[in-house]
Design a protein around this ligand. Structure first.
Ligand code: PLP
Length: 956
């Protein structure tokens, strides 16, 4: 070592080897195993020469972990932290440290995937059920989903749900003019492409509107709280569905939307312990009445039973609904905000009803004291009945007061040239009120005003909330810590073993990437602060945009969409606006290959496009002849093609450039679904291939962890001609130049979506550098080809490219096994749990198959364990084929096995207990015990129950 040059000892690119699994010796061995002369040779055989990049990525060299952290810290410190009393859906909050460390900062929670494999996800499923119960209690409604992306998109989903469920013939939707401005912005965008008219007015005016639905805000943007019962009754009498956008903290005290007759209640749960983060990520809640359960957007967690009759949880009804219902799906929501919903639910578990009532009452009392002091000093308040927010007539003192507040460390809401708004939150103290009195020139004594209350008794709720034991048992830190650990132990996440979910990309989420997320410099920034206070954020966002420009080849990046499906929406909206600008508004046909992810047709439908399905050939490629024929047939109305590349069949199609050229020739635009961008980075790019716009799932390619089903970020890259049509923001325009815009409507609540998690992708790219990113792609391809070569001996690999190579994932065909033995892909998935692995993606994009995506981050050792498990499972299947084991009573059909299974006094199965739970030697060393047996999905859907189970039922 001492003879090495200093440059080698400096280890500047050390992180690349920490992120990528195989080392040099393993690489050589793996190449030999798959018959490739070298890694470079494998890549040449896999990626078509015609689309390869001519030059290295224009991204600087790797920066060591600690240096990258220091660099980002310096950028973060350019954010100026003030107490933001701006409100409008974002409020400062105190995240209990036990939740910060044990959920938000804990890979056991943040590296899990959406709970598709329910038997090894009972922990987060219980946490989500708590969330649903909390939302149902506070909104006074019968059913809640497991989160949506943000309040504004939840409002847009409510509008769409109202259209599905209402029998009204009207084409119009009513919007409360006092709804949050960002919500109105998003609802406008959505309504336009659905083709619905919007009617604006005050809540009082809503009663006389003839509409299929209405959105009311309670408390509204001015802070006003009014009883909506009569308005809701009048609207419903005319067949409209009424959605009430609300605030969970206010609902702790206020009469619920359900009690006032609302059909839907929605809003943001941010202030239940989730940092503001310059706009996100936060969980939106969405609750409704039981009669609308089949129209609900997003996922619902439900209770079912397992094979032993024990209560067990799983996703109900909507599981993967886009894959089944495609353009008829309720919405395109796929990734949502599970981690944040779990945090908010745990905030309620930790504080309990009394704790929440104390917090909500304190917030209200301080606001009421402030209001009384202002009134005493002669100010006119625009809001008489309020919870935490007041609008104050400040006349010609407005600008000076606003500036003095900023100088004193407070951001107030600039309502107009003659009014300011103030919203109090969990962090507000009596000292803050004293300071604000000083600013407003009020000479009042806080203690003397303590009797102030600004809510009439008629608006207070009288029903009990959060009565379930889960909200009344874990109030000491020990109890909370152990409850969190108990749930965590039931879940298999990346901290236990590889999760080879094809299309979902479960690569390393490095600790250094996660650390900045919880820095206060990023957490404590309101999305609508004056721009100069967010200089650090803007620098980080611009830096990341530069990286993403380099990766995609596109000149413009829109950082607003907060999931892949939202990116699809933002991209298709840009395409629609582009066609409109050229007098081509009639272009309404969207070509989508059969193999596409279900969100593609669901999104196209939301943009008012008609989906025309393009066939695939027997090799899994887009059927070019069919595509050409359909593009020509629809040439007068062709709007777009949505294509995933490499395809969801796991191959780099040779004809992709030709496909893009064909679409362009007939006047269409090419939307590239970027879910598989991780197989392109540094080797090719969407712009090189010929796409016009593409989203990037930062929660796949760029290391944002999946969080048990969110958060994610889906920024889009756009070619120059589409750049003027990307989303902007009504409250805070996203800025000129690099963040260019043209005053277009928003697609998400916050200007930069879930801004705080952009730090993760910034760190990843900075630490990998251009060369490291390219290597990551090469190793993703190597690992997939290694798995394909080894498992191809036991299960047919469905599709391969021209030279027999797969891309970054491969599909194993289980259909022949099913035909011969009755063993299905589900049985294999459940049996893998006994081996300590999460199943690959099942039955997407082809029913009866499994899709394995190992990612570059898995070492050869881990790949070999997975291969050994799948190989041994094939041997088990052979015993069924040969009649040694009965087709309906073997370890695959009984899988997964629990401790209850092996603890029976008398073992009567045809295989041993050891074969059941320790089928290979490595398993015993690090055994993961599924906490329930196989779950009965059909029972759960027939007996839909989506609330916390009464405790007696567990003991029964
Ligand atoms: C191919 C493909 N497209 C789109 C999506 C949707 O992305 P998101 O879940 O972030 O909305 C996915 C998600 O799994 C996907 O695999």
């Amino acid at each position: 070592m001492l003879n090495l040059p200093l440059s080698a000892l400096e280890q500047r690119d050390d992180f690349i080897g920490r992120h990528i699994g195989p080392d040099a010796a393993e690489t050589a061995a793996m190449c030999a195993d798959i018959g490739a002369a070298s890694l470079a040779a494998l890549i040449s055989e896999t990626v078509p020469a015609g689309i390869r990049l001519a030059a290295p990525l224009p991204i600087a060299a790797a920066v060591p972990e600690h240096e990258a952290l220091a660099k980002l810290k310096a950028i973060a410190s350019k954010n100026v932290l003030k107490r933001s009393l701006i409100g409008l859906g974002y409020y400062d909050t105190i995240l209990p440290k036990v939740i910060l460390r044990n959920v938000l900062e804990n890979p056991g929670w943040y590296t899990a995937y959406t709970p598709y494999q329910a038997e090894i996800a009972q922990g987060r499923l219980e946490a989500l059920l708590n969330w649903q119960q909390m939302v149902m209690d506070l909104t006074g409604l019968e059913l809640a989903n497991a989160s949506l992306l943000d309040e504004a998109t939840a409002a847009a989903e409510a509008m769409a749900m109202a259209r599905r469920a209402s029998k009204s013939k009207s084409n119009a939707f009513f919007v409360d003019s006092a709804a949050f401005p960002q919500t109105i912005d998003v609802v406008k965008t959505r309504a336009k492409y659905f083709g619905w008219d919007l009617v604006f007015g005050t809540a009082e005016e809503a009663a006389s509107a003839d509409v299929f639905g209405a959105l009311l805000q309670y408390p509204d943007k001015t802070g006003a709280v009014r009883d909506l019962t009569d308005t809701i009754t009048a609207l419903k009498a005319k067949g409209a569905l009424v959605a009430v956008a609300s605030d969970l903290m206010a609902l702790v005290l206020l009469k619920s939307p359900g009690e006032m007759g609302a059909d839907i209640a929605l809003g943001s749960a941010q202030r239940f312990g989730v940092p503001m983060g310059f706009g996100g990520p936060h969980a939106a809640f969405f609750a409704t009445r039981d009669e609308h359960k089949r129209s609900v957007p997003g996922r619902i967690i439900g209770v079912s039973v397992d094979a032993r009759g024990k209560k067990a949880l799983r996703m109900a009804l909507q599981t993967r609904e886009q894959h089944i219902r495609r353009e008829k799906a309720n919405s395109n929501i796929c990734t949502s905000q599970v981690l944040l919903a779990n945090m908010a639910g745990m905030y309620a578990v930790y504080h309990g009803p009394k704790g929440l009532q104390t917090i909500a009452s304190r917030i209200h009392k301080l606001a009421a004291i402030f209001a009384a002091g202002l009134k005493g000093a002669g100010y006119t308040l625009r809001t008489a009945q309020f919870f935490d927010t007041l609008d104050i007539d400040t006349g010609d003192k407005t600008t000076a007061l606003h500036a003095a507040a900023v100088a004193a460390g407070y951001n107030l809401r600039h309502v107009s040239d003659t009014a300011l708004g103030v919203s109090f939150d969990e962090k507000t103290t009596r000292d803050d009120v004293v300071a604000l009195f000083g600013l407003f020139g009020v000479k009042a004594d806080v203690a003397a005003l303590e009797a102030s209350v600004a809510l009439p008794a008629s608006l207070l709720r009288t029903d009990a909330i959060l009565t379930h034991p889960v909200f009344n048992s874990h109030h000491t830190e020990h109890e909370m810590l152990r409850y969190l650990k108990k749930l965590q132990n039931r879940d298999l996440a990346l901290d236990h073993s590889m999760i080879s979910l094809g299309s979902c990309t479960m690569k390393l989420n490095a600790t250094s990437e996660m650390i900045p997320v919880t820095w206060p410099e990023f957490g404590d920034v309101h999305p609508f602060v004056p721009r100069e206070q967010a200089a650090g954020y803007l620098e980080m966002i611009d830096g990341l945009a530069d990286y993403l420009r380099a990766v995609t080849g596109f000149p413009a990046i829109c950082m607003q969409p907060n999931s892949g499906a939202q990116g699809e929406y933002a991209g298709l909206v840009a395409i629609r606006r582009y066609h409109e600008s050229r007098g081509d508004a009639h272009r309404n046909i969207c070509l989508i290959p059969k193999s596409a992810h279900g969100t593609n047709p669901a999104t196209a439908q939301m943009c008012g496009l008609d989906v025309v399905v393009v066939d695939c050939d027997e090799n899994g490629n887009v059927d070019v002849a069919d595509l050409k024929a359909k593009a020509e047939q629809h040439k007068d109305n062709l709007a777009a093609l949505m294509i995933t590349y490499p395809s969801t069949h796991g191959v780099f199609e040779e004809a992709v450039k030709d496909i893009c050229a064909t679409v362009h020739a007939f006047g269409g635009q090419v939307y590239m679904d970027g879910a598989n961008l991780n197989a392109q980075v540094g080797l090719t790019s969407p712009a090189t291939i010929g796409a016009d716009v593409s989203h990037m799932n930062l929660h796949k390619t760029f290391c944002i962890p999946h969080g048990g089903g969110g958060p994610g970020m889906g920024p889009i890259g756009l070619a120059a001609h589409l750049a003027p049509f990307m989303a902007d923001h009504a409250v805070k325009p996203t800025g000129a130049d690099a963040r260019s815009h043209a005053g277009q409507g928003a697609v998400s609540a916050a200007p930069f979506g879930s801004a705080s998690i952009l730090t993760i992708s910034w760190m990843y790219i900075t630490m990998m550098g251009g060369e490291g990113l390219k290597q990551a792609t090469e190793y993703a391809i190597l690992n997939a080809n290694y798995v394909a070569a080894k498992l191809g001996l036991h299960y047919p690999v469905l599709y391969r490219g021209t030279h027999g190579r797969v891309a970054h994932e491969c599909i194993l065909d289980i259909r022949p096994i099913k035909a011969a033995t009755g063993i299905t892909e589900v049985d294999i998935a459940k049996r893998l749990m006994d081996y300590g692995f999460h199943a690959p993606t099942m039955s997407f994009p082809v029913a009866g198959t499994i899709m394995v995506e190992p990612t570059e981050s898995e070492s050869k050792g881990e790949l070999d364990r997975f291969i050994a498990a799948m190989t041994q499972i094939r041997e088990e299947i052979r015993k069924v084929e040969q009649g040694t084991w009965p087709a309906d009573a073997n370890p695959l059909k009984h899988a997964p096995h629990t401790q209850a299974d092996v603890m029976v006094a008398e073992w009567t199965r045809v295989y041993s207990r050891e074969e059941a739970v320790f089928p290979l030697a490595y398993v015993a060393e690090n055994k993961f015990w599924p906490s329930v047996n196989r779950i009965d999905d059909v029972y759960g859907d027939r007996n839909l129950f989506c609330a916390c189970v009464p405790m007696e039922e567990y003991s029964a």
